[in-house]
Design a protein around this ligand. Sequence first.
Ligand SMILES: [Zn+2]
Length: 317
Amino acid sequence: MTDIINSSNGLVPSSVAAEALRDKAVYGVPIFIANGIDVLLADNSKDYTGPGTNTYIVGDEDVWIIDPGPDNAGHIDVVADAVAGRRVSGILVTHSHLDHSAAARGLQAKISAPIYGHGGLSPELLAISEEDIDADFAPDHILKGGEILGAGDWRIQALHTPGHFPNHLCYLLPEQNILFSGDHVMGWSTTVIVPPLGNLADYLDSLEVLKQTSAQRFMPSHGDPIDDSCARIDEIYAHRLMRQQQVEELLRQGQRDPAAIVEILYQGLSPRLVQAALGCVRAHMDYSETRGVSSCQGFNDHDAGNMHVEAGRSAHL
Ligand SMILES: [Zn+2]
């Protein structure tokens, strides 16, 4: 296995990180995460999903289900069994990548709960993307971001956080200072940003939105909870700035071919991750264009120095 993300930085290959998580993963039973929060792990481990998709069950007598997961009958049955006897206030979807939303209708057929999400993508957007998108995603209730659902201890706030995906929402539990961060912030890997639906400027803006919340603990849709959310956001921000510097340096040298930039920056990359790396490079090139610069304006040596804090800790594109 040679999925070296960036051997020059000594980072853990993403397939190795995913397999390590899968080795200790427990499928098919609810796992206690915090008071009133259990997770059910879907058995859809891949390079990009770590050990699989986390489906969270949140609350006490009335519960929320966050990210129903992939359209897998076994997983849907396990989730339905886990909430049997409790009222489900809603099925909340972070975004309409297939591994997050595709189980929503199948689960709804079993438990009769409304589906919430930011909305499906327009035919125009669907037509320009080759990502694994749940093209039929159509929530019963559309959230724009900012809405507070429910009441009491388990009220939950939707936050619109585009960047990884246009309709990405995170969900905040204000009483518990916990945020369900979807694919936007994960602990085991950076987030893949693939234009045209992925957008780095939006991604960085959304990181700032999350940093302004009260949440100290993040629960991502793949991988383990993140206990120090501020530190993780800073790590990710520094990593993106580091990549921006690298890409802009190559642009200044006249390099314009994303595939060539990937070869230079991602030495030893597995063929399985080339598309994701190409997406990230294109996102950084787009970001340079929108900022109207061919230099590293705004990205100084101090920012680049921060990248070293993450070395060896997780998989990064
Ligand atoms: Zn996603």
